[in-house]
Design a binder for this molecule. Structure first.
Ligand code: AMP
Length: 507
């Protein structure tokens, strides 16, 4: 049955944003969601690669769970009274009447997979790594989107505090590897028994000061009192200094566990602070909890990640027996935003060699050659086979900043050769077509070694010298020299090629 028009309009409202002069731009991304464009991928790939390396090193196997899950998984796992479940889930009933939602986080799904696939019978802990999109209907603002990306690690089936310390280290070292300085904010919220006693005391304290609480915290007092400690409003922050602290309510076992975690962290010199106001928002946490705050974010306004123990979750979600577990999730969007803010550069994909062709037979032969080059390990060839004109192909090669261009034309096909052009000096050599692969391998290797050697031997001086010379030229009014040079080179190559072709115009 077609949906009523009113319904469709309502659903499209978010996807319709206004642009310039009140004009409507139809079918843009949904509010709070964004495209990640090819030019931004280098950052995403770098973050994923660092996470994957950490997962491999520590033996966390990749787990991919569906983006859609039963809504009940999060209602039971994360908790009905939490912001995530109470206000932020993209939940709906599908055509078959199932209550589904876009996953707001991955821990509950990892535990579901652990139970569903009988992993309780495997050697413990079972260690998962994941990376992917999560969905929360939050108010979009800096550092908060409705579709955002997390990578994370979960270790299910082990209670040893060394595992807590290892996971805390794992998240911190990923940030460190990406060039971000962070401090771990650490706390223990004990087991449900210690927490219950603590909550009663906390409610008593805040009730006696309820007038000073913000409106949200007044509601939290009834539903989730520990979240008041986490509130960034000034009035609530002032009150928390005198509030009872959870660490004073830990029973012997929980205290011992926490002390052990601290001991391990001390041993590996990890920068952490014990912060009794870090509570984390979700119901499933027990004992150790932690967040990663960038060193320039003193109040944890935009934590880069967080996690903790969740010793009761397997049972809550239907596991046969009590199964301890610990995990963490890192916010990839925030990590990348911080890397950009700190001007941390990541290497872009770099092409080594360009394959240019002139004339239909050469184009066909060059296509096959390109495939052969592509199969050489660690070589990145580029091409523009959709272009016929040599000049415009060389322009593409210049833009890609390749070191060499191979030029194949009618004459070379006849001679069984190919031209190899060094893009730095413009020198062209005729080489045997059958020797290309060997020739390219040797030259690229030599070129890469020379780059490493020149960097190591302080060729930066030469670089800054070049920059200074260029600046002088610009000051003398000789502007855009580089582009002019490039243009000149390209024309020269074309003439050179025409000469080699015996003046034949095969464009
Ligand atoms: P959480 O378990 O909710 O603390 O999430 C772990 C990490 O995911 C956070 O520290 C953030 O870096 C990131 N994160 C959580 N919610 C969002 C969001 N709405 N937008 C962007 N990043 C988020």
């Amino acid at each position: 049955m077609p949906r009523p028009k009113k319904d469709i309009e309502k659903n499209n409202k978010d996807a319709t944003t206004k642009s310039g002069r009140g004009r409507k731009k139809e079918l843009a991304t949904v509010t709070g969601m964004k495209d990640i464009l090819p030019q931004d991928q280098a950052y995403w790939q770098k973050v994923r690669a660092v996470a994957q390396k950490a997962a491999d090193d520590y033996g966390y196997g990749l787990l991919e769970t569906p983006i859609l899950e039963m809504t009940d998984l999060f209602v039971r796992g994360v908790g009905k009274q939490t912001d995530i479940v109470d206000k932020e889930m993209f939940a709906f009933t599908d055509q078959g009447g199932d209550n589904l939602c876009l996953r707001p986080e991955a821990t509950a799904a990892a535990v579901r997979a652990y139970i569903q696939h009988g992993m309780l019978n495997q050697s413990q802990p079972v260690k998962f790594f994941y990376a992917g999109p999560m969905f929360r209907h939050e108010k979009p603002q800096s550092g908060r989107s409705r579709q955002f990306y997390q990578f994370g690690f979960e270790a299910i089936g082990e209670i040893h505090p060394a595992l807590d310390a290892q996971l805390i280290l794992l998240g911190w070292s990923c940030l460190n590897e990406l060039g971000l300085e962070s401090t771990v904010q650490l706390n223990s919220i004990g087991c449900p028994e210690c927490r219950e006693k603590y909550k009663q005391e906390l409610i008593k304290y805040y009730k006696s000061h309820s007038k000073q609480l913000c409106e949200s915290c007044k509601k939290r007092l009834l539903k989730n009192p520990m979240r008041i400690l986490d509130c960034k409003e000034e009035g609530c922050r002032a009150l928390r200094d005198e509030a009872p602290q959870i660490l004073d309510y830990l029973d012997e076992e929980c205290k011992k566990h926490f002390m052990k975690v601290l001991e391990y962290l001390d041993e590996i010199n990890l920068p952490y602070v014990v912060n009794p106001y870090v509570v984390r928002g979700l119901d499933y946490y027990t004992r150790t909890i932690f967040e990663y705050w960038s060193n320039d974010d003193e109040v944890g306004k935009s934590a880069l990640g967080g996690g903790g123990r969740y010793d009761g979750l397997v049972e809550i979600l239907g596991g046969r027996e009590a199964t301890p577990a610990v995990g963490l999730a890192m916010g990839m969007d925030r990590i990348i935003a911080k890397m950009r803010e700190k001007n941390i550069l990541v290497p872009e994909m770099k092409y080594d060699i360009f394959v240019a062709q002139l004339g239909e037979p050469a184009k066909k032969k060059a296509m096959a050659l390109y495939e052969r080059l592509r199969s050489i390990e660690d070589l990145h060839p580029a091409q523009a086979f959709y272009k016929d004109n040599l000049k415009s192909q060389l322009e593409v090669a210049n833009k890609l900043k390749v070191k060499f261009t191979l030029i194949l034309g009618q004459k070379e096909i006849g001679d069984g050769t190919i031209l190899l052009r060094d893009m730095d000096g413009g020198i062209q050599e005729v080489i045997n077509f059958n020797d290309i692969e060997e020739e390219i391998r040797t030259r690229i290797k030599k070129y890469r070694t020379s780059k490493i050697v020149s960097l190591a031997s302080g060729d930066e001086d030469e670089l800054s010298d070049k920059k200074a010379k260029r600046k002088n030229r610009e000051e003398d009014g000789i502007v855009a020299g580089e582009e002019d040079d490039q243009e000149h080179e390209v024309i020269e190559a074309e003439e050179h090629y025409d000469d080699l072709m015996g003046g034949e115009d095969s464009f």
